[in-house]
Unconditional design. Structure first.
Length: 470
């Protein structure tokens, strides 16, 4: 039977109108097979790195297995060289040297590897009513009620006065104990339930329950606290004073897992922004040979609190790394920056039909429609946004389309409904053309977030397309 001839209106509609389709209606068998393997590896990456320090350790191991080596200032470099530099154990920069001079710019994928969590205070351990607790100070934008009555692990490092340090990861191993934060029972929670959602759980009540058994053979005060200190001393050789120079945090005790009868989604802690960090990393590690333009992957810390500090995107550490690369070719750093392109790889909000009132449906990213491109972020009148130029967006469209990447435009909710930021503005301040792009997320910043496998894989393909762009 002959296909029905299309009307002039149908032909014009196809030619002129933008009609996005669900990614699964466009997915090739080859991409579907690759997507499965990619997402399995991504889940392992999530489970191995629940803090920025653990992510850096994981990245170094993966990079070295692919032939990357530590970059030292003054080192001679040549096309195809694979280099990395760690910034204080909390951030990492990697590069694959291209055949073109750095004076022609570089292609950058920038993401962050910190996630919302509960940091321990410097004097955290106390006892009350013969129960031992650890005081916390939440890190990043969390909804505090989501962090009570869930299983938590304790990760981090304790730096000792002698210069040594002790790594801590309690709850990650088989048979490890877990921790939790109490909440009121509904029978006694009538007054609490009358409070606004953001006030029902005060920040100072996010105290980690860590013990209840008193120390034997002692008649002094705070025997439960003493018992906890004794256990920590036996395992780590520390005393209470060592908490002062420790960085310990409580993170959700969830393993990355498939979500849905069809296993099309991934649920985990830390998708924001490790889903984009992994895409940026994996795409760089999978480059074959030397790209034309040098490809750079920047995995930064501290984005969740404004990209501050020596390991955040505002730090000069990135400039130092790039300057050292440029010096090896006698290229001025500013000449490199002004010709460079950066994809600021950070997650965006996925449209959630359970809460449609805060989304503008025509401009929101949707699950299974691919990588989300965000021309601007910010709040209110685009405050804090980089706001990429029309030319930069057009360039990204061309690069992604030429490589068969599924992508969509995205906006972080309705105008005046809220807002957020990324590292894009700090790249743009360096005179680098920058566009935000990343994976749409459901329940962003919650202890357990959800993403689409298709969107994860398409973000990887998008990052690879950027690195390989001429």
């Amino acid at each position: 039977m002959e296909d029905k001839k299309k009307t002039p209106g149908e032909l014009r509609r196809e030619a002129l109108c933008c009609s996005p389709k669900n990614g699964y209606d466009r997915l090739t068998p080859a991409d579907e097979a690759a997507m499965k393997g990619y997402c399995d590896d991504y889940k392992k990456f999530l489970d191995n790195g629940k803090t920025e320090r653990e992510v850096v350790d994981t990245v170094v191991a993966l990079a070295e297995s692919k032939g990357f080596r530590a970059f030292v200032r003054g080192m001679e470099i040549k096309p195809g060289d694979k280099l990395y530099r760690v910034n204080r154990g909390k951030a990492i920069m990697l590069a694959v040297v291209g055949t073109a001079s750095l004076a022609e710019g570089v292609n950058i994928g920038a993401a962050h590897i910190d996630s919302p969590r509960l940091d321990l205070k410097q004097n955290p351990l106390y006892e009350d009513a013969e129960l031992a607790f650890l005081k916390t100070h939440y890190y990043g934008g969390i909804r505090k009620y989501q962090w009570v009555t869930i299983p938590l692990e304790l990760h981090g490092v304790i730096a000792l006065k002698d210069g040594s340090s002790v790594k801590v990861a309690i709850g990650a191993g088989a048979g490890d104990p877990l921790f939790t934060i109490d909440d009121l029972l509904p029978h006694l929670g009538a007054e609490q339930s009358k409070k606004p959602l953001g006030e029902a759980i005060p920040g100072e009540s996010l105290n980690l329950l860590v013990g209840s058994r008193p120390f034997k053979d002692d008649e002094g005060a705070e025997r439960v606290k003493l018992a906890v200190l004794d256990l920590l001393n036996q395992k780590y050789g520390i005393t209470e004073a060592d908490f002062i120079s420790a960085e310990l945090c409580a993170v959700p005790a969830f393993h990355a897992c498939d979500i849905g009868f069809d296993r099309s989604l991934i649920g985990a802690y830390g998708h924001d922004d490790r889903v984009c960090a992994y895409a940026s990393l994996a795409a760089l590690l999978d480059l074959t040979g030397a790209p034309r333009r040098t490809a750079v992957c920047m995995l930064a810390d501290k984005e969740e609190i404004g990209s501050e500090g020596v390991s955040g995107m505002k730090s000069a550490a990135f400039d130092t790394f790039m300057s050292d690369l440029c010096d090896s070719q006698r290229v001025m750093l500013k000449a490199c920056y002004e010709k460079s392109f950066c994809l600021s790889a950070d997650v965006t909000a996925a449209f959630d039909p359970n809460f449609p009132e805060v989304y503008e449906k025509r401009n929101s990213a949707r699950i299974n429609y691919g990588m989300g491109l965000c021309k601007y972020t910010g709040a209110r009148g685009k405050s804090g946004a980089s706001d990429a130029s029309a030319e930069v967006v057009a360039y990204a469209r061309r690069v992604l389309d030429d490589c068969g990447v599924m992508w969509q435009m995205a906006e972080l909710g309705k105008v005046d409904a809220g807002g957020g930021g990324t590292v894009a503005c700090y790249m743009a301040e360096r005179d680098i053309d920058t566009l935000d792009a990343g994976v749409p997320v459901l329940s962003m910043h919650a202890p357990f977030e959800t993403v689409s496998k298709l969107d994860c894989y398409m973000t990887y393909k998008g990052m690879k397309a950027v690195y390989e762009a001429k």
